[in-house]
Ligand binder design. Structure first.
Ligand code: ADP
Length: 260
């Protein structure tokens, strides 16, 4: 990390934030960051003050999703000011550390970088801070779960068995540290063919919902695999910002209701 908290002053970790909510997945590439950003925008649409913290140290994608450029400015107490995009405050580990450097860090370094980032950003007053977690259930995840008071966690999974096995592990980890599971979201649930109009369940069907039932966690919804969603994410204006009244926009806004 390029910034340092002054050792003399105790860090005011997330002092002005009412609720910290983790968005997590067992595996990478299942759409965790996409979900985190769109849930954040769904909460924003309800008039809440929302921040998003990209803690995915090895593969930060919030800067792309929200078209954030440049570096965050330093505010008072030498703490970083989050950047702004689409009505959200945002900060990414990718703005503070070089992903290639972070790639070779061992657990303790990742943990201290995350703890430091939690202390070093001045979010001001927020209703909700969404934390886009690193995938998996290792040291980095524990550093966040233990370094903050998480109001709850949303787990994202594709319907595949392999992804679900990892999602189950994630749920077990949060339960172990007494973080309530807000619910499970199934991403890439199906694909609607633009030619024949049929729905194709590329990764199987109903797996996440059945798993949620088995684990006794709420099932929040199934998000299809769509070109619009991917294109909106790549453009830096996620689907909820671009098309809040469309099918996907409304779906995320509804799922965000479980978070607040
Ligand atoms: P993760 O955070 O789990 O690594 P991302 O949110 O970065 O995953 O998503 C990985 C890629 O898949 C991105 O290119 C994203 O735009 C795309 N993607 C995610 N969810 C969907 C979806 N439902 N439909 C189409 N593309 C998606």
């Amino acid at each position: 990390p390029k910034t340092a908290a002054t050792p003399s002053a105790p860090p005011k970790i997330l002092a002005g934030v009412r609720h910290v909510v983790a968005v997590a997945s067992g595996k990478g590439g299942v759409g965790k960051s996409t979900t985190a950003v769109n849930l954040a925008l769904g909460l924003r649409a309800k008039g809440l003050r929302v921040g998003i913290l990209d803690a995915d140290i090895h593969g930060p994608s919030i800067p792309t999703l929200l078209a954030l450029h440049g570096r965050p400015r330093m505010g008072k107490d030498r703490r970083l000011l989050p950047m702004q995009s689409n009505g959200l405050l945002a900060m990414s580990m990718g703005m503070m550390v070089d992903a290639e450097t972070a790639m070779v860090w061992r657990g303790p370094m990742v943990m201290s970088a995350i703890t430091q980032m939690l202390a070093d950003v001045d979010w001001g007053d927020l209703d909700v801070l969404i934390v886009d977690m690193p995938p998996g259930t290792g040291d980095a995840q524990l550093a966040i779960a233990q370094g903050t008071t998480l109001a709850g966690a949303v787990i994202v999974s594709t319907p595949q068995d392999l992804a679900l096995v990892d999602a189950r592990r994630g749920i077990a980890m949060f339960r172990k540290v007494d973080v309530p599971i807000i619910g499970l979201i199934e991403n890439m649930a199906y694909f609607t063919c633009t030619d024949c109009g049929k729905q194709h369940a590329l990764f199987g069907t109903g797996g996440a919902e059945a798993e949620a039932r088995r684990l006794g966690v709420p099932f929040l919804g199934a998000v299809p695999l769509t070109m619009d969603l991917r294109a909106a994410s790549d453009s830096g204006q996620p689907i909820v910002a671009r098309d809040p009244d469309g099918m996907l926009g409304r779906l995320y806004v509804t799922m965000a209701e479980a978070v607040w």
